[in-house]
Design a binder for this molecule. Structure first.
Ligand code: C2E
Ligand code: MG
Ligand code: MG
Length: 470
């Protein structure tokens, strides 16, 4: 019996403290938050005791932490966790409590901290946590995001307070802010997201795969390759299109992919949607070939989760086999995040894409964390320079330096280079003068319906492959 009790005590000890930081865990948080509730609920309403309430603060380490954990020695991420715990503890009073609840998450219980007191505490906390962690030869900063709820204003139970602080952290991430205090409107936003998610679920579940086209549709934005420019006349060497999805929501009208793709990703609904997309695009390219548009290439966007899903290769294989579409007329657009998440498996998947004959493009290049030195390892065909660098190319010297080096790098590696989001003819000329030959953006055309796109293509062909800029 004594041995059993000893083992139970050991187990409790293990569950109670996080080995890396030495701080109490979630297990202790649950007990102690109940104690706080018990203590504060006993205070009479309206008492002017300053200890009427307490703040529950959730603090999450930013994506830099998971990058460090995946790419550097374990001792480095462990040291960061330990240091984070120490830095937090150094700012607490005797009555404050800190818990290390998940690898990248800390929870603080802060009596007496509300309003301006909480604000100045947060300023010191964020400044202290953002300071770099020094190692031999390098240093890393790990910014954090935090969200808080306050007892009794935002909840009277443990689960309410934690849930609301958690929603506040999500809101802070969405808004790219370091801290957000819970407000009821945050819950409404989440409810709206859930409603959107439910209706995507309905849209996808209800019909058979080929009927998804009744709810989701595609627009096609021209992507042009230019061989020369004279007096605003572009000599075009190749016309392609990028398929951009729209959701024809029964009551909200056309919903942008930036709204529904993240929700579809989170919920896993992106998989059937991706299958439909690949079928739709491959069939379309096939139809175009049959109606005399054999030379038009089409790009398909894959989200990070679609790229990593085990079924995507099978989908391409079976779609290409059943439609008879030439794979080389399809380009798969992947984001930098997809590529650099796990370099070894990325290489394996890309080699299989290449074996199928698909072209591969890196979308929004420059907006992520990727290091150029890894790029040559991947079998790629195209790079699309993010709109961020193109937007201010006329006025921003720094952007020009970056784009010029991307143009040179793409030439060295033999990749096509596309400038995205080109909106005016001066920018297009500057990019062309730097050696960029691929363009997409409102200056050439907005995304079009299929019929409009084919008309756009046919007009260029009829005009001797020349397009006059507006
Ligand atoms: P993206 O792949 O980088 O697509 C380009 C986006 O930039 C499109 O927005 C397009 O309408 C917009 N755009 C094009 N030219 C210009 C310009 O000159 N100026 C400005 N300001 N914007 C321009 P859209 O259609 O809203 O798509 C947004 C993102 O949603 C896409 O970015 C892509 O990442 C994602 N997406 C779109 N369709 C799909 C899809 O079928 N599957 C997946 N997984 N993602 C998709
Ligand atoms: Mg794209
Ligand atoms: Mg893009």
């Amino acid at each position: 019996m004594a041995a059993v009790q000893q083992r139970l005590a050991q187990l409790e000890q293990k569950l109670s403290f996080q080995p890396q930081s030495g701080l109490p865990t979630h297990f202790r948080l649950e007990l102690e938050i109940e104690e706080f509730l018990e203590q504060f609920s006993r205070l009479p309403d309206g008492s002017d005791n300053k200890l009427q309430g307490f703040t529950v603060l959730i603090l999450q380490l930013g994506p830099t932490y998971s990058m460090v954990r995946k790419t550097l020695r374990a001792s480095i991420s462990e040291w960061i966790l330990y240091q984070t715990g120490c830095r937090i503890a150094a700012l607490l009073t005797d009555r404050d409590r800190v818990f290390h609840t998940r690898e990248d998450e800390f929870v603080l219980l802060l009596p007496e901290k509300k309003g301006s007191a909480l604000k100045s505490f947060l300023q010191s906390l964020h400044a202290s946590l953002a300071a770099p962690h020094g190692f031999t030869g390098f240093s890393v900063s790990v910014p954090v995001t935090s969200g808080a709820s306050y007892y009794p204003d935002h909840g009277r139970t443990r689960s309410e307070l934690l849930h609301h602080a958690d929603l506040a952290v999500s809101a802070a991430k969405d808004r790219r802010k370091p801290f957000v205090l819970f407000q009821p409107s945050i819950r409404e936003t989440v409810v709206e997201r859930m409603e959107l998610q439910n209706s995507i679920l309905k849209a996808i579940e209800a019909p058979a795969l080929h009927q998804l086209g009744e709810q989701f549709c595609l627009l096609y934005q021209p992507k042009l390759f230019v061989s020369s420019i004279h007096d605003g006349k572009l000599q075009i060497s190749r016309v392609e299109a990028e398929a951009l999805m729209r959701w024809n929501h029964p009551t909200k009208g056309l919903v942008s992919p930036t709204q529904f793709i993240p929700i579809a990703e989170e919920s896993g609904l992106i998989e059937p949607l991706g299958k439909w997309l690949v079928y739709a695009c491959a069939s379309l390219v096939n139809d175009w070939a049959e109606t005399g548009h054999r030379d038009i290439g089409l790009s398909v966007n894959l989200s990070p989760r679609q790229f990593r899903s085990s079924s995507i290769l099978q989908t391409f294989e079976s779609v290409l086999a059943s439609t008879g579409t030439g794979a080389n007329r399809l380009t798969v657009e992947l984001t930098e995040t997809s590529l650099f998440e796990d370099i070894n498996s990325t290489t394996r998947i890309l080699e299989r894409f290449a074996a199928l004959g698909l072209r591969v493009s890196v979308d929004d290049f420059g907006s992520g964390y990727s290091s150029l030195s890894h790029l040559h390892r991947f079998p790629l065909d195209e790079i699309k320079v993010d709109r961020l660098f193109v937007e201010h190319i006329r006025t921003n010297k720094h952007d020009r330096v970056i784009v010029r080096s991307l143009v040179n790098m793409a030439a060295d590696l033999g990749f096509d280079l596309i400038a995205e989001g080109v909106e005016d003819s001066d920018s297009l000329q500057i990019l062309y003068d730097m050696g960029c030959l691929g363009f997409q953006g409102f200056i050439l055309s907005e995304p079009l319906s299929e019929a409009e796109f084919l008309r756009f293509h046919d007009d260029i062909v009829a005009n001797g492959m020349v397009m006059q800029l507006p």
